[in-house]
Write a protein that binds this ligand. Structure first.
Ligand code: PLP
Length: 401
């Protein structure tokens, strides 16, 4: 028997992947399951990006590249940051990896030492705390309430800082709540950090392009330029270009940090797929008009879901400003009895009840660090969403006192 390292015992498999896998398994067993678990667009990768990948393969771009990405990709990333975020980086200040997840993994593994603390506003994307734990660090989740639109306030941040604080992680628009920080809100958080020059800010802008409001997108390095030498701006192609399976993420930040992340990657996965890199150049530099069409669908779905959920007994939700998730409060269902006599005690119980009674797969809020809630993804067609909401309504109506 090969003993598994204690480091691995500290972490858990991604709960959203686990929930999706359970939905698939039940479906294979013949159950009628509506899965609202997937964190990925239901659209196809735009045709010109696929064509760029074909061309790259035909042209022989099938070999190893520089670890952090080809010069062409680095330049496309730099131009994206300049054009969309008014951020200027040279080639030594950007790198690409096999997905945003790997880029975040690189950054935390390269910087977090034993006992270092990482402040993570909750609810959070499920992988942040586990990556910190793998790096021997201490995740410090800070609960951000629904009343605060699930956003971190300067007071809460100030109260959580210690001499061991290494990073603050921000994710806007947020997975799972869709909350978006304004430039003023970011400036207010930066003001707290101005007295603590040892703290870096990792901003995860993966859902940058999926926003519903008119307000311009804000990211820390742009909103508070005085922070630029300690901000790592992470982004990727998965959500904005429907390229989850292609695996490409990237980051811009201080050159020594980018060099350390690249060194780590050189001893793990090496360069991201050369073919994906060529496709990424086409994605970042080519037409962006697919987004407006996709956003029309996402907005219609969001409006439908928010309205439908708020009409279901015992459930309610805020209006998400970005991404394609609704984080649904289920406190009204807690303490109630199911038709077969079980009392719902946690949001995990609620999710179990939903899948068992009406076949709707969701992800429980405890996985994201704030209960009692559950997350649904509305990156699916309207007919599926209508069916899912009708089923959830039926399940909630069947609860006793
Ligand atoms: N960050 C957030 C907030 C996410 O939701 C995801 C994916 O679900 C990622 C990062 C990672 O994306 P990828 O590794 O596909 O680029």
């Amino acid at each position: 028997m090969i003993e598994i390292a204690p480091r691995l015992k500290r972490i858990k498999p991604s709960p959203s992947s686990t929930a999706s896998a359970l939905a698939r398994k039940l479906r294979e067993e013949g159950r009628d399951i509506v899965a609202l678990t997937a964190g990925e667009p239901d659209f196809d990768t735009p045709a010109h990006i696929i064509e760029a990948a074909h061309k790259a393969m035909r042209d022989g771009q099938t070999r190893y590249t520089d670890t952090g990405g080809t010069p062409a990709l680095k330049d496309a990333i730099r131009e994206k940051f300049k054009r969309e975020n008014a951020l200027t980086y040279d080639r030594s200040q950007v790198m690409a990896g096999t997905g945003g997840k790997q880029v975040i993994f690189n950054a935390l593994m390269a910087t977090v030492d034993s006992g270092d603390e990482v402040i993570i506003p909750a609810p959070y994307w499920v992988s942040y705390p586990d990556i910190v734990l793998m790096a021997d660090g201490v995740p410090v989740p800070l609960e951000c309430t629904r009343q605060d639109s699930f956003k971190l306030t300067p007071d809460k941040l100030a109260a959580a800082i210690t001499p061991r604080t290494k990073w603050l992680i921000l994710n806007s628009p947020s997975n799972p709540t869709g909350a978006c920080y304004t430039a003023d809100e970011l400036k207010a958080l930066a003001a707290i950090l101005s007295d603590h020059p040892q703290i870096g800010v990792l901003t995860d802008d993966m859902y940058e392009h999926l926003r519903y409001g008119d307000e311009a997108f804000a990211t820390m390095a742009q909103a508070a330029p005085e922070m630029a030498d300690r901000v790592l701006t992470v982004n990727g192609l998965s959500k904005a270009y429907a390229m989850t399976g292609w695996r490409l993420g990237y980051a811009g930040g201080p050159a020594p940090l980018i060099a350390a992340m690249t060194k780590l990657q050189s001893q793990s996965t090496s360069n991201p797929s050369a073919i994906t890199q060529a496709a990424a150049v086409a994605a970042l530099s080519g037409p962006q008009d697919h987004l407006a069409a996709w956003m029309t669908h996402y907005r219609e779905r969001r409006d439908f879901v928010v309205d439908a959920i708020n009409k279901i007994s015992h459930l309610s939700c805020n209006v998400p400003d970005g991404a394609f998730y609704s984080y649904i409060a289920c406190d009204g269902a807690i303490g109630r009895r199911t038709p077969d006599g079980k009392t719902l005690e946690t949001d995990e119980d609620v999710c179990k009840y939903l899948i068992e009674s009406v076949g709707v797969a969701t992800v429980h809020g405890a996985a994201y660090g704030l209960s009692p809630y559950f997350r649904i993804s509305f990156a699916t067609d309207m007919a599926t969403l209508k069916d899912a909401c009708a089923r959830m309504g039926k399940a909630m109506d069947a609860l006793g006192t």
